[in-house]
Design a protein around this ligand. Sequence first.
Ligand code: ZN
Length: 45
Amino acid sequence: MAEYKCFNCNRTLKEEQVRKRIRCIYCGGKIIFKTRVVGTKVKAI
Ligand SMILES: [Zn+2]
């Protein structure tokens, strides 16, 4: 699942929270960027 981060308050937002309004629910910031989940899936050989 994708996660977003607020540029202003640096809080993590879930995709659902961003979908309705592209705003940070905590501070109302409009600058939100997508964060890559660290730890990619490893395929079993
Ligand atoms: Zn914020």
